[in-house]
Design a protein around this ligand. Structure first.
Ligand SMILES: Nc1nc2c(c(=O)[nH]1)N[C@H]1C(S)=C(S)[C@@H](COP(=O)(O)O)O[C@H]1N2
Ligand SMILES: [Mo]
Length: 257
């Protein structure tokens, strides 16, 4: 993942403490027992990227972090914590596999969201059509495996509402998402239908800015940051495992609830 300059990053103990505070006592104990792994990730993200041994051990640690800590952090049957707007992180960090000058430049007037796979209605959606759907918002925390987290406000359409509208086969296993920047990811159907999974069109009550995924981003507070695709251009429902940009490089697929 892209290495970022210091200002956006929370220090390692701060992220561990802030995440731990959100957990109830048994989960907090479990989290703190494994928190050293997060420290390990923070240290290892500073590894030389041309050193394949270091990269591999970083990926192994990230995967271990996901496997052991996610159960405490992300419970599918519960709602993720929400926050008052006064707690929003300003400015909200930007992160991608490229730096800011790589942010895709998308013309909203021409934009169409492709919908495919196991759905009844395969018509493509314009932004005007998407904005007609019922709108809701949430203030939640985005957690990146690189060792930072931040609180933001996203607004949009509850994803389960959208899936209903397109007649998705909700007994299918996966929803795959493709992005304008060649990023892609996929999620399990229970997460797609989770009450806090939003197909977002806005950030902080403004049209979603380019750096946060204009014009469309799927936001799930029950999944790690890299499972939250920006610049979504295609959504498909499938029983064939679609993988993902980081997932295919060894990151734990579930990465959340
Ligand atoms: N299309 C796309 N989506 C993406 C990424 C990306 O590189 N491209 N990076 C992911 C990662 S690793 C993180 S942590 C979050 C960062 O979101 P932010 O820029 O809103 O902070 O976006 C995720 N979604
Ligand atoms: Mo991330």
């Amino acid at each position: 993942m892209n290495r970022k300059s210091g200002e956006d990053k929370m220090a390692e103990p701060a992220i561990i403490q802030s995440v731990a505070q959100e957990l109830d006592l048994p989960a907090r104990r479990q989290f703190l027992r494994y928190a050293w792994t997060l420290g390990g990730i923070a240290l290892l993200t500073g590894c030389r990227v041309d050193d394949s041994d270091s990269v591999e051990s970083m990926l192994r640690r990230v995967s271990r972090f996901n496997d052991k800590v996610q159960a405490a952090l992300f419970d599918p049957s519960r709602l993720a914590p929400t926050y008052p707007e006064s707690m929003m992180t300003r400015p909200f960090p930007f992160n991608a596999y490229y730096d800011r000058n790589g942010i895709p430049d998308i013309d909203g007037d021409d934009f169409k969201l492709t919908v495919g796979g196991l759905v009844q209605d395969k018509h493509s959606w314009t932004l005007a059509e998407l904005s007609q759907l019922p709108h809701t918002s949430q203030v939640t925390r985005l957690i990146c495996v690189e060792g930072w987290s931040a609180i933001g406000k996203w607004g949009g359409v509850t994803f389960s509402t959208f899936l209903q509208r397109v007649g998705a086969d909700t007994s299918a296993k996966y929803v795959g998402l493709k992005c304008a920047d060649d990023y892609y990811t996929s999620i399990d159907m229970p997460t797609a239908l989770h009450a806090q999974t939003l197909l977002t069109l806005s950030y902080d009550d403004q049209v979603l800015p380019p750096e946060y995924g204009y014009p469309l981003r799927l936001r799930m507070p029950t999944k790690l940051g890299f499972k939250n695709p920006k610049h979504v251009v295609e959504i498909f429902v499938t029983n064939d495992y679609p993988g993902g940009y980081w997932e295919d490089q060894g990151y734990n697929w579930f990465s959340g609830s």
